[in-house]
Design a protein around this ligand. Sequence first.
Ligand code: ADP
Ligand code: TRP
Length: 311
Amino acid sequence: MQKLLTGLQPSGTLHIGNYFGALKPFVELSREYESMLMVADYHALTSLKKPEELRANIIGVTKDYIAAGIDPQKSVIFKQSEVPEHTELSWIFQCLVTVPFLELSHAYKDKVAKGLEANAGLFAYPMLMAADILLYDTDVVPVGEDQRQHLEYAREAAAKFNNAFGETFKEPKERIMQSIAVVPGTDGKKMSKSYGNTIPLFGTKDEIAKAVMSILTDSNAESPVNVYAIHALFKTKAELSDLYTVNKGKYKNLKEALIEDIETLVRPMREKRDSISDAEAKRVLQEGSALASERAAKKMADVREKIGISL
Ligand code: ADP
Ligand code: TRP
């Protein structure tokens, strides 16, 4: 069976863009692959230095995964920092790639341009991500478009290591879902927590309603383009065609219909999320991390042997 792995940083609450862009495709793909889903807490440390917030986010994101349909019996859900082989392998890769090569990272430049501190961890971020992926002989990595270059870095790290020490790592492929690559936000731009244009995935019905009512519409247009773009995630073209014809010009009705459609998807997930205790989320992470550790330990024994540190 081919192997699938992806990671999400526990750096905030999820929105419906995260659900359609990352979680839903993962749930669908995980049926055909041996799959692993990682809480990238050491990656989050590059930007988040609030211990209480990080701790709460780690638990929160684990509940989100399970509530969104990821079955911990079928996919290994684990915490990056619980498997020290990730940081160990990342160091080895850092000793194989050059500073000018890392300086080509768009993500690094974008984050620094947005005002994030240019710390050395942020700079070496792609080598930790390469370690996450390569430790488990991953074949496929489902991610958003913004992560494409990180997969190129992972392949380069694998090739550099294989060249220097002999065939050890598989070169992984990204899987970018084009149809839902960009879920638009309430202002029509990409939905993103950094733009304040999100519809929360696990929000209350009131919070969802507030976000939907704030969707920007052009009062001169026949159809509210931004409402339709989000609605298209929930209903087929044919279903929407009837609804939008009957309610031509009645934006409030259309927004109310969208709120109900979001609620239909979200309600069972929200109820499931509320039923998961912190203790259960911790147990899932513990069990998943123990499994990941076993796999990582085997791979690292080979790596240590090959680079000449095991005596
Ligand atoms: P944000 O842009 O809100 O900070 P993240 O960068 O944490 O989101 O993204 C986590 C995952 O969700 C990534 O795989 C990313 O590609 C996906 N994702 C985020 N926003 C969207 C969106 N608007 N449409 C589709 N996928 C998205
Ligand atoms: N960099 C990814 C993001 O910001 C998160 C991530 C960390 C990841 N390690 C990974 C994704 C390994 C896929 C595979 O979205």
